[in-house]
Design a protein. Structure first.
Length: 330
């Protein structure tokens, strides 16, 4: 069922900013949380394959099909791999919007991508994956401050002269946010896997939302205890979701929109409000974009937009990570 032409009334539009093509995205949740400036997308590789029901009407697959390419073949980009190095002004960067950063076919290129992320601390990288089980084995192996690799021949110096604390920072990196996509309760295990990987920000994207989600207090308020890699004596940290994004499916022909979709949105919104987790509603979904926001099916739920984002976190020092060395979890 399509929406036809939509008019959302006198809703103020966000200010427009001049940004060169290729450095700007219209994705609302990639805007800078403090200034509202548009972010960018970075695709060091493109292509993916389907792992769950949310992949059925993949927007990236439709785009790549217009290029005459097989989306199931993951290819390294010849033109965009180094893009963040050329962006002089820091920005939010949605990473691998046309693929999955942790796709197994990109294993031979990922270390180079991590090096670019390390060389551009002015940017904040939003990495969203449907493969959180692959994150732990494919984190960077270099120090965030000096790029030292402990696997290189010879002894690894115990001090890092580029670090404000003189200690190496292997992970988590302060300019990387980690997120996972969950379209219904069936895939909620991805969230628990994600939360066991330390990160500056953990976020959930429930888009397209195809069923109700039970966001329990365990992941919104009662912090899970995660082990920090190679960082004694502080071995454990607390982790909850820091941000929740949701939205309905967009498809020019046959979006899957349940009559109960708005109730599912409200349930997620209310759970986030109860536990103080920022909630972002990207779109209601449909076949047509609305006239005021340019989003599929409009962005208004109960007469207002919901634009919650983690604020003031883009470049916080990793030492502010909420840790507790006295708590031991097995």
């Amino acid at each position: 069922m399509g929406y036809g032409r939509l008019d959302c009334g006198d809703v103020p539009r966000r200010p427009r900013f001049r940004v060169n093509m290729g450095e700007r995205t219209s994705i609302e949740w990639t805007r800078d949380p403090n200034t509202g400036e548009p972010g960018a997308t970075w695709n060091p590789w493109t292509g993916c394959d389907k792992v769950s029901s949310g992949c059925k009407n993949c927007y990236a697959e439709r785009i790549v099909a217009r290029w005459g390419r097989d989306f199931s073949v993951v290819k390294r980009s010849k033109t965009t791999f180094d893009d963040p190095l050329r962006w002089r002004k820091g920005r939010m960067v949605f990473t691998c919007s046309m693929s999955d950063f942790f796709h197994e076919s990109a294993d031979s290129w990922r270390d180079e991508a991590w090096e670019i992320i390390q060389r551009t601390p002015r940017h904040t990288y939003q990495i969203l994956t449907k493969r959180p089980e692959r994150i732990k084995g494919h984190l960077p192996r270099i120090c965030f401050y000096c790029a030292m690799n402990p696997d290189d021949p010879g002894p690894t110096p115990s001090l890092c002269l580029a670090s404000p604390t003189t200690g190496h920072l292997w992970w988590p990196w302060p300019n990387v946010w980690l997120g996972t996509s969950v379209e219904m309760d069936l895939y909620m295990s991805r969230v628990y896997i994600l939360l066991r990987i330390p990160a500056r920000v953990h976020f959930l994207s429930a888009e397209p939302l195809l069923g109700p989600l039970n966001l329990s207090p365990t992941i919104l308020a009662h912090k899970l205890w995660i082990r920090l890699p190679d960082d004694p004596p502080i071995n454990y940290a607390k982790a909850t979701l820091d941000w929740v994004i949701t939205g309905g499916e967009s498809d020019p022909h046959n979006p899957r929109l349940s009559p109960e979709l708005n109730e599912w949105f409200r349930s997620i919104r209310d759970a986030c409000a109860t536990y103080g987790v920022p909630f972002f509603l990207k779109q209601l979904g449909g076949t047509t974009k609305c006239s005021c926001h340019g989003s599929w099916g409009c962005r208004l739920l109960d007469g207002r937009t919901h634009d919650g984002m983690p604020s003031g976190l883009s470049h916080l020092a990793p030492s502010t990570l909420d840790v507790d060395s006295d708590r031991v979890a097995r």
